[in-house]
Design a protein around this ligand. Structure first.
Ligand SMILES: Nc1nc2c(ncn2[C@@H]2O[C@H](COP(=O)(O)OP(=O)(O)OP(=O)(O)O)[C@@H](O)[C@H]2O)c(=O)[nH]1
Ligand SMILES: [Mg+2]
Length: 332
């Protein structure tokens, strides 16, 4: 193809990076700088491209190419906005598996993993929980079992990217042409895992704070990396929290739709089993709610009740301990 023909022809590529209004498109041959066609800004509610989108563009060998259209997405991850305005934030598109990366140190949070799983299921991708830094944990199996209890749709692997433990288990996700996205808090080890899978340093990694095991936001924007084995991996910056209400019990944000439906059930204590007038069952029948998300919500609520009961029990015990100690009975 000569230069002129190449310019006229519409091509297809994949968005690998976005910096303000500047897009990078990756094709079989190269990375191409691009911008949006003006009409994207004219029409209200027009879907803008996100990392992972396949787009049609007009090639410009001299400068920025022109993105004409976003192609239909097969999955689309969104999360509720942190400021709780009800707006959804777009994250990535066309992902097959999402690696929910959590390290086996202070970062581990059963509830947070549940919220990520919900976001992934909602977006139409498959959640895979990766418990990293297994080298720092004396009993990774305990955590694997706990996470497996979330939903039978969730796969769990305990690994150490630094020591190469468990990486073989991840080979089944490396199908040529498939896409993996890394999600998880800053410092969890997403970029370290990506480098270990790639076999070379594609991304920068950074030390965590010893005081609370949190990271320092080393990765600052989403980036799609095309590996030699034909897999696309999207690395993302660590998020502080995902769709989380301030309280530890707050699973409300990620499950706002289910809670809204529950309010419409005829009985206030509806268990969504055999009760008549159940809005949850109706939504499942209509295909508006998936069974997996309902189970996940129920499992998380159960776990929260258990934690709450545990906390209450402990504080009761602490109070009686103080009282008894005061009477002099507890000097062991
Ligand atoms: N002990 C141990 N440390 C690890 C492992 N994986 C990553 N780390 C360390 O954890 C720190 C954070 O790793 P990163 O890969 O930068 O974390 P990240 O999730 O990409 O963080 P952000 O880019 O900030 O979102 C680095 O010091 C890594 O060396 C592991 O398996 N074991
Ligand atoms: Mg990173």
């Amino acid at each position: 193809m000569n230069r002129n023909e190449e310019t006229k022809q519409e091509q297809t590529g994949r968005i690998s990076q976005i910096q303000k209004n500047h897009y990078t498109i990756i094709t079989e041959e190269k990375e191409i700088p691009a911008k949006l066609r003006g009409s994207f800004y004219e029409k209200e509610g027009q879907e803008l491209p996100v990392v992972g989108d396949y787009v049609t563009f007009r090639y410009n060998p001299e400068g920025e190419s022109m993105i004409l259209k976003v192609q239909e997405r097969k999955s689309f991850l969104q999360r509720p906005d942190q400021s709780k305005t009800g707006v959804m934030q777009y994250m990535v598109a066309n992902v097959d598996h999402v690696f929910i990366v959590t390290s086996l140190n202070e970062d581990y949070s059963f509830n947070r993993i549940g919220r990520y799983v919900s976001v992934v299921l909602q977006g139409g991708a498959i959640p895979v929980v990766i418990l990293t830094k297994a080298d720092l944990c004396s009993n990774p199996g305990r955590f694997v079992r706990e996470v497996e209890g979330l939903s039978d749709k969730v796969r769990v692997h305990a690994i150490s990217a630094l020591y190469g433990i468990g990486l073989k288990e991840l080979e089944e996700y490396m199908q040529p042409g498939s896409t993996i996205c890394m999600l998880g808090s800053s410092g969890a080890g997403k970029s370290t895992l990506l480098n270990a899978i790639a076999g070379e340093e594609k991304m920068k990694t950074g030390a965590i704070r010893a005081s609370d095991d949190t990271g320092r936001h080393t990765t600052t924007y989403r980036q799609l990396i095309r590996l030699e084995n034909g897999v696309d991996i999207i690395d993302t910056p660590g998020m502080r929290e995902i769709g989380m209400a301030a309280a530890e019990e707050g699973i409300d944000d990620t499950f706002a739709d289910i809670r809204a439906l529950e309010m419409q059930c005829r009985f206030r204590d509806c268990k969504h089993e055999t009760e008549p007038g159940c809005a949850i069952k109706a939504a499942i029948e209509k295909g508006e709610l998936s069974m997996e998300r309902l189970r996940l919500y129920q499992n998380l609520s159960k776990e929260n009740t258990r934690n709450y009961a545990k906390k209450k029990e402990i504080s009761k015990w602490a109070k009686s301990y103080k009282k008894e100690k005061h009477k002099g009975h507890w000097d062991l």
